[in-house]
Design a protein around this ligand. Sequence first.
Ligand code: SF4
Length: 348
Amino acid sequence: MSPLLELRDLRKLFPVRDALGRAQGAVRAVDGVSLSVAQGEVLAIVGESGCGKSTLGRLALRLIEPDAGEVRFGGEDLRGLSAAALRARRRDMQLIFQDPFASLDPRMTVEAAIAEPLRLHKVVPRGQEAARVAEWLERVGLRADHARRWPHEFSGGQRQRIAIARALASGPKLVIGDEPVSALDVSIQAQVVNLLQGLIRDLGLTFVLISHDLAVVRHIADRVAVMYLGRIVELGPASQVFGAPKHPYTRALLAAVPGQGAKAPPLAGDVPSPMAPPTGCRFHTRCTFAEAGCREHDPALRGGSHAAACHVFEQLPPAPLARETETGGDRLRRLQAFFSADKPGAAA
Ligand code: SF4
């Protein structure tokens, strides 16, 4: 089956200037990323902050323009679309933002916020928007009469439910969630993860989850892409990436999460500047397995359906299985079970 979303050798540089406006260089936010997302798949993009994962999400939706590379949606190159054609395409591609307090316009009622994309994309006949808004409010665990209220009257979790309703009401095929639960309390996170999982399943959504929370990723992703300094360093099925990580960076990331059970040398030092990434393998300044050749030769992503960008991953000692423990995925599942009575009007 052809992929719904295809990114080919995407690149994005952000120029850096000093106070006088003089060019100081450029941040290589995304530096040659290729990947595809199949219809109905949940792909997670993980990595430390500043690795380029949020920029990649915005490039995929063409909210920002790439400097090079292709974005294909349903086989169509989005770069070739006129502004009007791209606006029409937006109905099929939506973004859920991290901050539920910033993503809703405080001057719009909940009804106006959810009805806006319905009107813009002519999703329902005129006069039927209110009924569709009420339907969506109940679907995300709120009440129909919440439509008359203002965003400031809701908690963070409720606002994120409203933002999810707004994103999904126009019937998109692809949704990108940029840290959609990380700004919420842990107990509320579990409810919203439950809600998202149910909607992905029921609507057959293709979902790209951008997250640094490996417990959430492990719980809902089919495949995982691990990013480091603007590049993908490991890509594979979630069960394999978590169960038998290949790249030393992935091993270190998992080892840094309490309860993931993976033992690996911890990450040493800070992430190098994305304005001047290290030569050869970009991870060599922090990698305990680095050899002389790693400083000179840039490893390609290789290994088939579970690939890693490392010269020597086949020779590394097997990574201990990343067990889940109470402080990792089990905690999330336990909370999800606890809050699974996700009834209209009862949502936080
Ligand atoms: Fe480490 Fe070398 Fe592999 Fe890079 S290529 S991850 S430096 S062992």
